[in-house]
Design a protein around this ligand. Structure first.
Ligand SMILES: Nc1ncnc2c1ncn2[C@@H]1O[C@H](COP(=O)(O)OP(=O)(O)OP(=O)(O)O)[C@@H](O)[C@H]1O
Ligand SMILES: [Mg+2]
Length: 248
């Protein structure tokens, strides 16, 4: 369902992704782990074209785009691919002047053109799903970080994305708020939502992911089932990375 082929990303002269090949099946949960600066966020941002890949191709569902240096991609094509994805950022990015419900309604109304009444019922349904039935009319500054992040997840889901991309969704949260966001993600995984999650929560990655992708210096070092990667890593780089975490 998602096929990324030979994805290269350069910033000026610095190449940060060196030709990544990744396939994700529908309903699969892929956790991306790796050291800081290894290209995890850049990879996710390339998938929804917040960063334009330098080379390679991305297919999500029935939309395929290929990239070459200096080749312009039409805005219409960008929107088509982006419409297949929903993004959840470390720092929530909610609209501060809108309530939780309005935040969730905004995309479906503006981008999909659905009626206000349908958007209201969709938003209410999604906010219940993320455990925020009582906070629908609260503004972001009246919500805890964990609640804001759950609104952000509901907002991404409101666009019915083929794939949800989450970039360290819990790393800006106080420790006691991490659990509620992880519980929401866990529930989505059970509901067969395809997800790519960049995370430093290795025990969570192990529990929730169908597959782990370990990347270092813009390359996939190793990938496989969580128990294989965590218990029997094959590559020295993977072993070193996991050992460092085990010591923390
Ligand atoms: N907009 C940009 N312009 C120039 N270089 C960038 C840009 N964004 C990222 N980079 C570089 O690309 C490399 C990969 O960065 P990226 O943010 O993808 O790493 P990461 O794996 O997400 O790290 P972290 O775990 O710290 O979030 C880094 O060397 C970074 O400096
Ligand atoms: Mg990052």
């Amino acid at each position: 369902m998602i096929q990324v082929t030979n994805l290269v990303k350069r910033f000026d002269d610095q190449e940060v992704l060196h030709g990544m090949d990744v396939t994700v099946k529908r309903g699969e949960v892929l956790a991306i782990i790796g050291p800081s600066g290894s290209g995890k966020s850049t990879f996710l941002r390339c998938l929804n074209l917040l960063e334009l890949p330098t080379m390679g191709s991305i297919q999500i569902d029935n939309v395929i785009l290929s990239f070459q240096e200096h080749k312009r991609i039409a805005d219409r094509e960008i929107r088509k691919l982006r419409g297949k994805t929903g993004m959840v950022f470390q720092s929530f990015h909610l609209f501060p002047h809108m309530t939780a419900k309005q935040n969730v309604m905004e995309g479906p109304i503006q981008v999909k053109g659905i009626s206000t009444s349908r958007a209201v019922s969709l938003a209410e349904h999604l906010l219940i799903q993320v455990g925020l039935k009582d906070k629908q009319d609260a503004y972001p500054d009246q919500l805890s970080g964990g609640q804001q992040q759950r609104v952000a997840i509901a907002r991404a889901l409101a666009m019915e994305p083929e794939v949800l991309l989450l970039d360290e969704p819990t790393s800006a949260l106080d420790p006691e708020l991490v659990g509620e966001v992880l519980a929401t993600i866990r529930q989505l995984a059970k509901g067969n939502q395809t997800m790519l999650i960049v995370t430093h929560e290795l025990s969570f990655a192990r529990e929730v992911a169908d597959r782990i992708l370990f990347i270092d210096q813009g390359q996939i070092v190793e990938q496989g089932r969580p128990q294989d990667i965590f218990e029997y890593p094959q590559k020295d780089r993977t072993k070193q990375f996991l050992e460092r975490f085990n010591q923390l």
